[in-house]
Structure formats: C-alpha cells, structure tokens
Design a protein around this ligand. Structure first.
Ligand SMILES: Nc1ncnc2c1ncn2[C@@H]1O[C@H](COP(=O)(O)OP(=O)(O)OP(=O)(O)O)[C@@H](O)[C@H]1O
Length: 501
C-alpha cells in the first residue's frame, strides 16, 4: 500500500483550520496532505489524489483561484471535489455560478437544516444541526446541475452537491468541534460518497519509510543524523537505526542558543535512557560570534543555517578520518507543521555537500509521537515540548541582538523558572509549548526599596499546536511565577504575558 501518496489532497487557501482538517482526516485512517492553494496543476496531478478538498480562506480581489485546467483534470480523472467555506464559493464561481458579498454574513455557530436526502448526511445525522459558519460572502446563484442540500437559519446556502459531476460543497467548517456532526459528515463524504478505504496506519508508514531509507542509502553508505534531543529527530534517528544499524552516526550541536543546561541534559538522556550513538559538538562560540550585532530575523536564520551546515560537513570529515568512510547523507527530524506555527523556524534550509533525508516531513508531531511509541522510544523524549532549531534566537523567543549583554543568560533563567514551575504544577503534559521571550527593552520598576531600570520579559504558552490557542493559566500560578522571576533573575523587573492570537 502507498502510505505516503495522499488519497485526499487539501488545497490551502488560507483558512486557520486547514491543518486541523488535514489532521482530522488522518484520524479517520485516510492519508491527507495539504499543499498551497497556489500550487500548479502539475504539482496536483503528480500527487495523484482521489479526492481534492478546497479549503476555506479569505476572500479578496487578489485571492488565489484554481489553476487553469483544474475542472477538466478532476472530471476526466473521476476525482471528487469538496469545497469548504471559501472553497465552496471558488467552486461555484469556477463552474459558472455567482457569489456575492452577502447581507447574511455569518461568523458564529448556526443551526442548519437538511432539505433533501444526501449521502453527506446519512448515518443518523438529524435534519437540524449546529455548525460553525465563518464567511462573509454567499453563493447567490448555483451552477447548473447543483442542488441545495442544506440551508442555514438565515436562509443562505449551507451545503450543495452535484453527484453526477462529483462536486460537493459545505459552507461551514465540519472539522471544528463547534460543528459536532461535522466529522460524521466528512466521514460520510470520504467513505460513502468517494468510496475511500480507511486503511492508512502508522505501522505501514514505518515499514514503508524503513524500506525507502534502505533503498536510498543502499548497502554501503554511512549516514549522519542531526539530533536535537526533541521528539522528531529522536524518532527519525531510531527509524534510520532500524534501517541501517551501525552505519548511523548521530550528532547533537550546542550552538550556544540552547536552553538552561540543555547540553548536559540531552547527552545524559541519550546516555542513560536511550542508547543511540550520539556525539556532541560544541560550536557555541562560532555561532555566537557570527550572530554578534545581528537583529534581523531573516539574517539570523541564514547565519544559523550556514553554521549548522558547516558543522555537519565537518562532522562527516571527522567520521571519514575515523572509519575511512565519509557519510553521504544527513537525516533531519523535521516534521510537517502548520504554516502559522508558533514553532518559529519552519525548517531551516541547508546548503551542504550531504544529501538530505527527512523521513518524517509529512507527519504531524502527534503522529511522530505515535510512531515513537511503536519504535519503543522512551516517553521522556516523546513528551518533550517542541524547541526550534534556531533555539533562543528564534524570532518568537529572542528579539533583537541575542548576543548583547546578558540577554541569553536572562532568557535561559526565565525560561527555566517558567518550565520548572509548569512541571511542578503538573501542567507540562497539557501544554503544547511554553517558553519565555526576551524583549530588548528596559523598563523602570521598584524592586525592594529601590528604583530599577531593567529588562522586561514575556511568557507564552500554547495549548494546542494545531489551533495555536493559548493555554489559560490560573491567575495564582502566573502571579507566583512572575514574582519568582522578578525576585531571582537580576536584570528583570517586569514580566508580561504574551497572548498572541
Ligand atoms: N541542536 C541541534 N543539534 C543537531 N540537530 C538539530 C539541533 N536542533 C535541530 N536539529 C535538527 O533540525 C531538525 C529541525 O529542528 P526543529 O527543532 O525546527 O524541528 P522539530 O521537528 O521540532 O525537531 P525535534 O523535535 O527533533 O527538535 C531537527 O529534527 C534536527 O534534525
């Protein structure tokens, strides 16, 4: 079975829920993949999907449209198409219908009524249901051959279909929990309407990836795996180890941008909890000297990527000296991540002589964790919260020149107090990612009985990596942590809470 060819291809037109949709469909044991709504027809046809979902998004004059020849391609290949929200309107327009800036703008939970029998609403869905609507435009004229399957309370179109031509549309978001019967509707569509067999599972993914790694690497070549101590690279390393055994050489780089005592902690984890062959390269001085005085995020990223590349190239030369065989490949653990991720990096591109292998790049972090369980990776790795490749210099953690004064020291101490307090309160496993942010500004405060002119820092915690919702701490917890930070980290007199939406 092909486990990495998507049966469902989602064209992303910018909705905040698109990645949730990808995840929810995979939870139905159907492999779905999301690509940009501006992708070319060739990119789409190369992926050879059985179903295409046009995601929601924002309507504007220059919003992307479907590529030329899209309708001819899907119809001549028997591909089913489902438009969701903005995607429904795109479909309507593309097929000759009309969409207008509606009077009935709906951004809330609404009741819809199913008006006719449809395979979309079989399996015990009531004729009335609550759904999450999020749209300003509405379809005023449907293309020929379409019928309205459901309407909202306000009388606007909620679901449409043209079964003969395999086109369907939902004006609401079935993937969010505010549409309680949405997942049954999606499952009806994929299983009953499109006839997809729900047979995707991570055991098969693992087997297929191991076969692919063996095929690419061959019987002789050696491989470097860049491990950060995080979930993804540990799982990737375990997977590659299973495929090629001792021809794998793992490297952990201390780039001077790691968290408090991270080098010792990670090396201890690899030494005691999980015996992978890991070498630690201390490159802190070189990374920090290159970053000196740099404030621009993009420049920081480029410098970090370049230095990582040269560390990996040098490591392969060292291995060559030791065993007389130069590794030809570099494995990275990069997993699939929502574009608007709080993670910060989005994967740093590398320029190296080594050929890159990213065996997890189509899997979501929750899926990587599942895969890790199958591979018996210890829980202590699997439960670790994500930490970006550019570390404390990531644009969301260290603003401005992170080498200035004691910025990194401050950031490490504040981050450590925050994370330890979260662990002591038993909250670590309920939070997707929590971290401190260094702000390059000084504020006036009163500490003890003297006025101080010290740094402000911020704290951020994300509840869920998919929706990016913030974690809602109890006020008492925050007051205590903030007090602890101001009392024990010299040079900090103000702590803010980051509640970025
Ligand atoms: N300090 C480091 N030393 C060696 N490799 C690293 C280091 N930091 C990141 N990497 C490599 O870069 C990849 C991408 O890092 P990033 O943190 O952005 O993504 P990730 O998918 O969360 O990975 P992980 O869960 O392994 O940290 C990692 O999977 C790993 O292969």
């Amino acid at each position: 079975m092909e486990t990495t060819t998507p049966k469902v291809l989602i064209l992303d037109f910018g909705s905040q829920y698109t990645h949730l949709l990808t995840f929810r469909i995979r939870k139905l044991f159907i492999f779905s993949q999301c690509i940009s709504g501006t992708s070319s027809l060739k990119t789409i046809t190369d992926l050879n999907p059985k179903v295409i979902i046009l995601s929601g998004g924002f309507h504007s004059e220059d919003a992307p449209t479907l590529p030329n020849g899209f309708i001819e391609y899907v119809e001549s290949n028997g591909i089913f198409v489902l438009g969701i929200s903005h995607g429904l309107q795109l479909l309507v327009q593309e097929l000759g219908g009309a969409v207008d800036r509606g009077e009935k703008q709906e951004y809330e939970t609404k009741e819809i009524e199913v008006l006719k029998e449809s395979a979309l609403y079989s399996g015990g869905i009531g004729s009335k249901q609550s759904v999450w609507m999020s749209h300003g435009d509405e379809s005023v004229t449907l293309p020929e051959g379409f019928s309205v399957v459901a309407k909202s309370q306000q009388g606007s179109v909620a679901a449409i279909e043209n079964p003969e031509r395999r086109f369907y549309g939902l004006q609401y978001h079935p993937e969010v929990t505010d549409s309680p019967e949405g997942m049954v509707t999606l499952s009806n569509f994929l299983l009953n309407v499109c006839g997809i067999t729900p047979d995707w599972n991570l055991e098969d993914v693992l087997e297929e990836e191991i076969r692919a790694i063996k095929r690419v690497v061959g019987d002789d070549a050696h491989v470097i795996c860049a491990v950060s101590g995080g979930v993804d690279s540990t799982v990737a390393a375990s997977m590659v180890y299973k495929a090629i055994g001792d021809r794998l050489h793992c490297v952990f780089v201390d780039n001077g941008l790691l968290r408090y005592k991270e080098q010792e902690r990670v090396m201890e984890l690899f030494g005691t909890d999980f015996r992978l062959p890991v070498t630690c390269v201390d490159a802190a001085d070189i990374f920090l000297s290159k970053l000196q005085g740099v404030e621009d995020h993009e420049t920081k990223r480029e410098i970090i990527a370049k230095e990582f590349s040269s560390v990996f190239d040098n490591f392969s030369i060292e291995i060559d000296k030791k065993i007389g065989k130069k590794p030809a490949f570099l494995v990275k653990g990069t997993s699939y991540r929502p574009i608007k991720s709080s993670h910060g990096d989005g994967g740093i591109p590398m320029d190296m002589t080594l050929k890159l292998i990213e065996p997890l790049k189509l899997l979501l972090k929750t899926e990587v964790r599942e895969l890790g369980k199958i591979l018996n990776v210890p829980e202590v790795f699997l439960k670790r919260q994500p930490f970006p490749e550019s570390g404390l210099a990531c644009p969301e953690r260290g603003l401005g020149d992170v080498t200035e004064g004691n910025a990194l020291d401050i950031l490490r101490q504040v981050d450590e107090i925050f994370l330890q307090s979260i662990k002591e309160a038993g909250l670590y496993d309920s939070i997707w990612q929590a971290f401190a942010i260094y702000l390059p500004v000084k504020t006036v405060g009163v500490q003890g009985d003297k006025r101080t002119h010290s740094h402000a820092v911020a704290l951020r915690a994300v509840q869920d990596g998919m929706t990016e919702d913030r974690y809602k701490f109890e006020r008492k917890f925050l007051v205590e942590v903030m007090g602890k930070i101001c009392n024990s980290v010299s040079d900090v007199n103000r702590v803010l809470q980051d509640i970025k939406w």
